[in-house]
Design a protein around this ligand. Structure first.
Ligand code: S3P
Length: 182
């Protein structure tokens, strides 16, 4: 059976979207797109600098353009930025061409993953764990609402995560293809 829906990874900062996406793209031999990386290359500056110099709205506008650009099913693995779910249209566009996979994680695991990382403008504060708890609390229901597949990655190693994503993706696609034939 031909499968071509993109795999769109959503989830909180530090949940592993980029590293998992890269590994998945090697395994599936599909192109990998990292939306933040794409934006940084296009703008010639880091996300942090874009937020500081041009503002969050400017960043969100480019993010919105990219969601439209990647709304066709083209066998891509797409790692989104954690805030992509703030705009419903983004998710509608990404869903047109892909299966949405939510990589869910705990605040503690996220804080651990980001312990040496100061590149997230929204987490620049004294109490990083507290901020993660607060923001994740607000966003978790939204991630879940848009997810076709949810995978709790907090206890999984890379290999098990990749296996789980491909398994669930194949199951989802089988079910979906069957449905569209009738
Ligand atoms: C953001 C997440 C970041 C980046 C920007 C805003 C967010 O991406 O897009 O700093 O609002 O959650 P990652 O999830 O890749 O860190």
């Amino acid at each position: 059976m031909r499968r071509e829906s993109n795999i769109v990874l959503i989830g909180f900062m530090g949940s592993g979207k980029t590293s998992i996406g890269k590994r998945l793209s090697l395994r599936m031999k599909w192109e990998f797109i990292d939306m933040d990386d794409f934006i940084e290359k296009r703008e010639g500056m880091s996300v942090s600098k874009i937020f500081a110099e041009k503002g969050e709205d400017y960043f969100r506008n480019i993010e919105r353009e990219l969601c439209l650009r990647f709304s066709e099913p083209k066998c891509k693995i797409i790692a989104t930025g954690g805030g992509v779910i703030k705009n419903e249209k983004n998710m509608r566009n990404l869903k047109l061409g892909g299966v949405i996979v939510y990589l869910s994680s705990t605040p503690e695991t996220i804080a651990y993953n980001l312990r040496n990382d100061d590149s997230r403008p929204l987490l620049k504060c004294e109490d990083k764990l507290g901020r993660i708890r607060e923001l994740l609390g607000q966003r978790e229901p939204v991630y879940k609402k848009y997810a076709d597949i949810t995978i709790d990655v907090s206890e999984l190693n890379m290999e098990d995560t990749l296996n789980k994503i491909t398994e669930e993706y194949n199951r989802y696609e089988d079910k979906h293809n069957k449905r569209t034939k009738h």
